[in-house]
Design a binder for this molecule. Structure first.
Ligand code: FES
Length: 129
């Protein structure tokens, strides 16, 4: 059994920002074929900032804690800053992740990134008129 930090346990037991956003500006879904875990991030953007961030995660305890932490870190940030959230910075904020659980934090950073890119590509395509 991996040993989790108190921060991980806290975010696992009481995850923040769980759920979906109605009419999101961007959605990012990623999965890990090895463990089969899935994460979806939803973002709402206003004035180049992440006004709201929510997620649905079907995965291990670390994946849930990671999603919760990523959503907290991302909320209120500019898109540029939010895209710089790395798996390492998420793991650090969680006071560390066991080595075999590090891929869980990759998923979180990737899913958020994908959601932001989704928003940017929709914007470029002139989806909203
Ligand atoms: Fe795969 Fe955690 S075990 S995301």
């Amino acid at each position: 059994m991996p040993v989790y930090s108190e921060k991980v346990m806290d975010h696992f037991m009481n995850p923040r920002n769980v759920g979906e956003i109605e009419n999101p500006d961007g959605v990012g879904e990623v999965g890990n074929p090895v463990c089969g875990d899935m994460m979806t991030f939803y973002v709402k953007v206003k004035d180049n900032r992440l006004e709201d961030v929510k997620f649905r995660t079907f995965g291990c305890g670390a994946a849930i804690a990671v999603s919760s932490m990523v959503s907290e870190m991302a909320k209120g940030k500019t898109l540029e800053k939010a895209m710089k959230i790395t798996p390492r910075s998420v793991a650090d904020k969680l006071e560390g992740l066991p080595k075999q659980k590090f891929h869980c934090s990759n998923l979180g950073a990737q899913a958020l990134n994908k959601a932001i890119k989704d928003y940017l590509s929709k914007k470029k395509g002139g989806g909203k008129k």
